[in-house]
Design a protein around this ligand. Structure first.
Ligand code: 5GP
Length: 245
């Protein structure tokens, strides 16, 4: 995605509009200043939608706030897995939207709990609902369930995840979003649920992919489109090494 070089200052247009309005009083000139105001509003919207360089911001957050716990685990509790940075999530949502906007997505599917924040923001910009797979059985969610077994890489336990058939329909075009892609267990379970619903899978979007683990290759080998905003090639020696784009 193109980065925005102009840093928008909301006071500029106010100052310019005031400047144009003040000295003139004729209707024609007022009309011109209204047109000019609209023009500025349009530019402001374009800048808002174009956003910042989300990948750069994400990598910066990983470098500054991420903590390497071992050669294969990265802790990002400061902005994604515990405390959440809404502005960064917004940029992440825009980036997923940019990458998948032509796929005719009708629903986003994620898994609780850390996938929800980035999925929500993508849902907001794509204008579609977000469904999250539950890890625990709900008392109100008993009938018509799609289920899959998922082994958690970080918790070392196996959960049966479930999604109500009410919220995933045969005609849906689904984008799966998650915080991390490691061995691909969570993604595999979600892909399985999309298949059970007879819905179409548009792709899998991950905020962070650990490229040295098998998940990415496994999904791509199946012909699934995988878009990861930041791919980490190594966490060895306490160093975070990103894959060059
Ligand atoms: P996978 O199923 O691909 O093996 O692992 C993905 C899931 O495990 C993600 O939903 C994420 O919550 C968690 N996960 C995997 N690796 C990491 C990691 O290095 N750090 C954190 N914080 N979570 C991870």
């Amino acid at each position: 995605m193109k980065s925005t070089r102009i840093k928008y200052n909301p006071y500029w247009d106010c100052i310019i509009v005031l400047f144009f309005r003040q000295p003139f009083s004729s209707k024609t000139l007022l009309f011109h200043s209204d047109v000019f105001e609209l023009f500025l509003l349009k530019i402001r919207l374009e800048i808002l939608l174009e956003g910042k360089d989300s990948v750069k911001l994400l990598k910066q957050a990983i470098m500054e706030k991420g903590r390497v716990l071992s050669n294969d685990v990265l802790k990002v509790d400061a902005f994604l897995n515990h405390q959440i940075d809404p502005e960064l999530m917004q940029e992440i949502g825009k980036e997923f939207t940019e990458r998948f906007k032509d796929e005719g997505i009708s629903k986003i599917l994620t898994i609780e709990s850390s996938g929800i924040a980035p999925a929500m923001m993508a849902g907001l910009y794509l204008g579609v609902p977000v469904v999250f797979a539950r890890k625990r059985k709900s008392l109100t969610l008993v009938d018509g369930l799609f289920t899959a077994k998922v082994h958690s890489f970080t918790k070392k336990e196996t959960n049966e995840i479930s999604v109500s058939s009410e919220y995933l329909l045969a005609g849906d075009v689904v984008l799966i979003i998650d915080d991390f892609l490691a061995n691909g267990q969570a993604a595999r379970g979600l892909v399985d649920i999309v298949k059970q619903a007879n819905a179409t899978l548009a792709g899998v979007g991950n905020v962070i992919e650990k490229g040295f683990q098998a998940g990415g290759d496994l999904l791509r080998e199946q012909g699934i489109r995988v878009e990861s905003l930041a791919i980490i090639d190594s966490l060895e020696n306490n160093q975070i090494t990103f894959r060059e784009e």
